[in-house]
Every structure is written in C-alpha cells, then in structure tokens.
Design a protein around this ligand. Structure first.
Ligand SMILES: Nc1ncnc2c1ncn2[C@@H]1O[C@H](COP(=O)(O)OP(=O)(O)O)[C@@H](O)[C@H]1O
Ligand SMILES: [Mg+2]
Length: 309
C-alpha cells in the first residue's frame, strides 16, 4: 500500500514539497491525508500553486512505484478516455463483448500509485459518476461492459470552486474525499521569494523596493471588497516580468516605477472581476488604472517612487 511507502519518507525529511514556498499548513494536511491513503482534493482559486504542489507529490513516490497518472479535467473528457473503450479491430477478432476487445484507459496506469485529476470539476457529470463507481466498488461500466478493476490508487484532485464553466461535484462524490483549502501566499515576503525564484529574468536590475510595491499592489487588490475575482500569483509574476521587458525596451538597465505602470492594464485587468454593484459603473481597465493611481499617491508609495524616478 502506498501509505506504508510514504510513511518512511514523511517521517524522515522535513520540507518535502520544495517546489512550493510557504503553505506549511497545506503541506502538513497533505501528508496527514496520504499517510492514511485518503483521497484528497486541493481546493482554491487559480494561480496559487495547486497543480505544482500535486506534481511535487509525484516526486516523493518511492522508486519502482512511480505510477503517477495525470488527467486534465475538461468538458469533453469522456468516461471512455479515462476508463477504457472497445478496440474495434480486436472486437472483430475476438467478438465485441469479449474482454480482449477492451482497451484499458489511463486510470489503469495509476494502479498502486496516484491518479492526479487536475481541475476535476471541469469534467462532465457522466465522468464524475463513472469515477464514483470506481472509487466505491473498484468497478466500472462502459457501454455493455462491466469491468472489474481491482485497482488501488490514491486520488489527488484540484479544483477552483468559483470556476463558472464547471459542474458542481455531487455530494456523493465529495463524500469520498478530504478537501484541503489552499489560499494565496501567506506573506508578501513569501510571494516576493516565489517571484524571484520562478519568474523569468532579463539583464536588468529590479530594485527590491519596486518589487515590493508591485507585489504589494497585487495583494491590496486581493483584499479589495469590490473584487469578486482576484489576481493570482501569476499576476505578480506578470508584473515582474513585463516591467523588466519595458525597462529593457527603453534602453535602461534598471527597472523604474513607470515600467510597472505600463504593464498593469495588460497584466491585471482581465485577471480581476468586479462585483455586480461596481461592474456597471466601471470596466476593469478603468478600475485598475484608478486604483494604481491611488496607490501611487499614497504617501508611502510616493516616497518610494521619489527614490527611483
Ligand atoms: N507558494 C508557491 N510557491 C512556489 N510557486 C508558486 C506558489 N504559488 C504559486 N506559484 C507559482 O505560480 C504559478 C502557478 O502555479 P500553478 O500550480 O499552475 O497554480 P494553480 O494550479 O493553482 O492554478 C507557477 O509558476 C507556480 O510555480
Ligand atoms: Mg492548476
């Protein structure tokens, strides 16, 4: 059983999920769930490292047990893609209902390992039902086939509950999982570290105070009550990268505040959504432009700006 193999690793080393900075509580919960072979879904908004974290788990699997299958949830994913289907050529040879004619789907490759289902709530209800049956009975029905699986795996899913293009997961399906709620980076220091570690770099200098301001602005937007969709870590990364390009295109070796300013609309406007009460008065670009102006005018930021202009 996978949990036995993982137990040794979990008890030996300290930070195992090194691809993700911070999120200690989440990492703890994942270890605690996996030690008991419990299926989990990591829940949270986009761009906070859910996929990265789940992929990090794959690296912990002991040698010889590297069965890690990734499935990307999408509306056109079918139960056949996941579970298997009839191979027409073999069906002609062995007969349409013979087990030889059944071609195993992706899920079988996860046996004794992990089935990683990214954005599970983006897949159709029919697939969810097929999955439920597998989790519950180790069995699946495909067309006229009743396939016995005897398949042993840990299920790790991710989902963004606010994704509007999704199916709600049924209560019976949710009842098979423990949910782990993940949020934005805990502190601005962690977020800056993520940016410096993961962001692309050009041959320009990015003053620490400017980086701080860019990330601070994104974090203030996240706290803004007028927003129903908030900018993610990808937004902070975007500001960091685009400000560098802007500086370089200006022929400068150092990023200035105006390089960030030039990037805010293109990086942020589509990444936010205003609450209905505000939406009809302002569009997101206008909102970002105004908020950034206010941000600049705030005393502290003016101070920083003065230093770099
Ligand atoms: N806590 C974190 N530590 C390290 N990288 C992070 C963190 N949060 C977000 N990222 C980075 O943000 C980007 C988006 O991460 P991803 O795993 O695709 O997010 P999600 O699946 O939640 O949409 C990646 O470049 C990832 O490395
Ligand atoms: Mg993801």
């Amino acid at each position: 059983m996978l949990s036995k193999e993982l137990k040794k690793t979990f008890l030996e080393k300290k930070d195992l999920f090194t691809d993700i900075l911070g999120q200690d509580n989440i990492k703890h919960q994942i270890k605690s769930a996996l030690l008991m072979n419990r299926h989990i879904i990591i829940v949270g908004p986009p761009g906070i490292g859910k996929t990265t974290l789940a992929k990090n788990i794959a690296k912990l699997l002991p040698e010889g047990l590297k069965n890690f299958v990734r499935v990307q949830g999408s509306p056109d994913l079918t139960a056949e893609d996941l579970l298997g289907d009839i191979n027409p050529i073999k069906a002609l040879k062995y007969g349409p209902l013979s087990l030889e004619a059944f071609q195993k789907g992706k899920i079988f490759k996860a046996d004794k390992g992990i089935l990683f289902f990214d954005e599970i709530n983006r897949c159709p209800e029919k697939l969810q039902n097929a999955l439920l049956q597998v989790l519950e009975e180790g069995k699946a029905t495909i067309g006229s086939y009743d396939v016995d699986f005897n398949i042993d795996f840990i299920f790790i899913g991710t989902m963004n509950p606010e994704d509007s293009s999704t199916e709600r997961l049924s209560d019976v399906l949710l009842d098979r999982f423990d949910l782990i709620y993940m949020g934005y980076p805990e502190t601005i220091e962690i977020e800056k570290k993520i940016i410096l570690e993961k962001g692309e770099k050009l041959e320009v200098n990015f003053p620490e105070k400017l980086l701080h301001s860019a990330v601070h602005f994104v974090r203030l937007l996240r706290e803004d009550e007028k927003l129903e969709k908030k900018p993610s870590v990808r937004a902070s990364l975007g500001l960091y990268e685009r400000a560098q390009s802007n500086a370089l295109l200006q022929g400068r070796k150092t990023v200035k505040f105006e390089d960030i300013e030039e990037a805010v609309i293109s990086v942020l406007a589509h990444r936010i959504q205003l609450k209905p009460s505000v939406k009809y008065l302002k569009d997101p670009s206008e909102f970002i432009r105004e908020e950034f102006k206010k941000f600049l005018e705030s005393a502290q930021e003016l101070n920083e700006r003065g230093e770099y202009r």
